[in-house]
Ligand binder design. Structure first.
Ligand SMILES: O=C([C@H](O)CO)[C@H](O)[C@H](O)COP(=O)(O)O
Length: 209
């Protein structure tokens, strides 16, 4: 099980500082959508250059023109690029084809997908690398989470790896681990803590147990 640190509410220097504090405990650094909006793919490039031993995920949440956008993120140094599960099959296929050409991976974010069970099976058949259930900030604000959704994709997904994101904290991590995803994505559960290193270290310990 891998641990991904999601960086959403930082600029590039702050991102580097946070990664420096927790790099020993994480596998993947996510350059979050708000960071890409504020800083562009330069953020992906600078983090990959500063931490070449970590995988970097560009959370572009691609919805169209995936071939081009995956190519640009790959050129910037991304190892994994996100595409939305709610997008057209053609978009997801384009993303996978371009990722294969570049030697990269595609994570499909199932945020806002209504028929999760059916769509997860369809997306799985398109050859993506990860399928991720995700409760975004707006639904976290009204108390939702993706724990049941994780169980759903664990049941129906046959080829892709499974992932979960959205509001995971130290106290909810054991329940997530119990479900056995391949990848756990944590943003505020690390970045909003006073002692980020301690939070990341404890999460790593729980995941390794
Ligand atoms: O993808 C995310 C969100 O849509 C903002 O871009 C976050 O990276 C993801 O939700 C993980 O962050 P936390 O919810 O703070 O753990």
């Amino acid at each position: 099980m891998k641990l991904q640190l999601a960086l959403d509410l930082v600029d590039i220097p702050q991102a580097k500082q946070v990664v420096k504090e927790v790099e020993a405990y994480i596998d993947i650094v996510e350059i979050g959508t708000p960071v890409v909006i504020n800083e562009g793919l330069r953020a992906v490039k600078e983090i990959k250059e500063a931490f070449p031993h970590l995988q970097v995920l560009a959370d572009l949440k691609v919805m169209d023109a995936a071939g081009y956008e995956v190519m640009k993120a790959s050129e910037a140094g991304a190892d994994i690029v996100t595409v939305l599960g709610a997008s057209e099959d053609m978009t997801i296929k384009g993303a996978v084809e371009e990722a294969r050409r570049q030697g990269k991976q595609i994570l499909v974010d199932m945020i806002a997908v209504k028929n999760l069970e059916q769509r997860a099976q369809e997306v799985d058949a398109l050859g993506v690398d990860y399928i991720c259930v995700h409760t975004g900030y707006d639904l976290q604000a009204v108390g939702q989470n993706s724990f049941n959704d994780l169980l759903t994709i664990k049941r129906v997904v046959k080829q892709a790896k499974t992932a979960i994101a959205g509001g995971i904290k130290l106290d909810t991590l054991p329940e997530v681990i119990e479900a056995g995803p391949d990848l756990v994505i944590v943003g505020g559960g690390i970045t909003a803590q006073e002692d980020k290193q301690a939070a990341a270290a404890e999460m790593r310990r729980l995941i390794r147990q």
